[in-house]
Write a protein that binds this ligand. Structure first.
Ligand code: GLP
Length: 255
């Protein structure tokens, strides 16, 4: 795993955007794994600038979102279908037909989950997956105790996750209790993973994911199993890491 400690949230976003840009420049039909939450928003803004400058285009690319709430309509402003349409599809100029979000409204959620994994496979897999991290170490909505082998499936949100996401809703009672989320096993199949975290609220989760034991109690520790995982954090989110000297020296290019 590579750990990059950046001087600002903007630098975190730029660094992650650079990796996504490299993938799309090498293959304009690449499949990008996209995430919701506030952490990746700077990445999308940085990518949008590149699109507007004409240096990259997502017109032929595909995207798969990590997760979706169960129990709210697709046109709810906080559904991940709405958020991805607004923050990713429109801003970056994806073809809406090639942007996929799990169907949290399906009558048969298990079948929808299975179909989602099949759609990722049919698209040839995810080339680069953008990830945020929850304060409890979740990625996607894989809450603590999620299996490292898990596939896309229905999950129950942890009380702390519902409390954290209440800021997007009128009250905590409006936050859905369930979701469909790519599993850790699904996420680990992406060819490259880029996890971003900013702020001291994420410092414990980042340290546990990067330097702690592999444990289902910290779902993001699954990144330790991936051959091409990069964790990009600002100084505040890096505050609980112990090997910062090493990460800083390893960030210097080979001469
Ligand atoms: C959300 C999402 C995750 C996200 C995380 C952190 O609930 N399901 O994909 O990484 O929580 O969100 P934020 O970036 O807003 O802190």
């Amino acid at each position: 795993m590579q750990v990059l400690i950046m001087g600002s949230g903007t630098a975190v976003a730029e660094s992650a955007a650079e990796r996504v840009s490299a993938v799309i420049a090498a293959n304009p039909s690449a499949t990008i794994g996209v995430a919701t939450g506030s952490s990746p928003l700077g990445i999308y803004a940085a990518l949008q600038r590149r699109v507007e400058m004409g240096s990259i285009s997502f017109a032929r690319a595909s995207a798969f979102a990590l997760d979706e709430y169960v129990g709210i309509p697709a046109d709810h402003p906080q559904s991940y279908t709405s958020v991805i349409a607004q923050e990713v599809t429109e801003r970056l100029g994806f073809d809406p037909q090639r942007v996929h979000v799990p169907n949290g409204r399906a009558a048969d959620l298990d079948a929808a989950a299975e179909a989602y994994d099949a759609a990722i496979a049919a698209a040839g897999g995810v080339d680069i997956q953008i990830l945020g991290i929850g304060a409890n170490g979740h990625i996607g909505f894989n809450e603590p105790t999620s299996s490292f082998g898990s596939r896309t499936r229905v999950k129950t949100l942890a009380p702390g996750t519902r409390a954290a996401n209440a800021r997007f809703f009128e009250s905590i009672d409006d936050v859905p209790r369930h979701c469909l989320t790519q599993g850790l096993g699904t996420i680990l199949e992406a060819r490259e993973l880029v996890l971003v975290a900013q702020g001291e609220r994420k410092a414990d989760a980042v340290a546990a994911a990067v330097e702690g034991p592999l444990t289902a109690m910290v779902p993001a520790s699954a990144l330790q199993l991936h051959p091409r995982a990069t964790v990009i954090v600002d100084e505040a989110a890096a505050a609980r890491l112990t090997l910062t000297d090493y990460y800083r020296s390893a960030a210097v290019p080979l001469s």
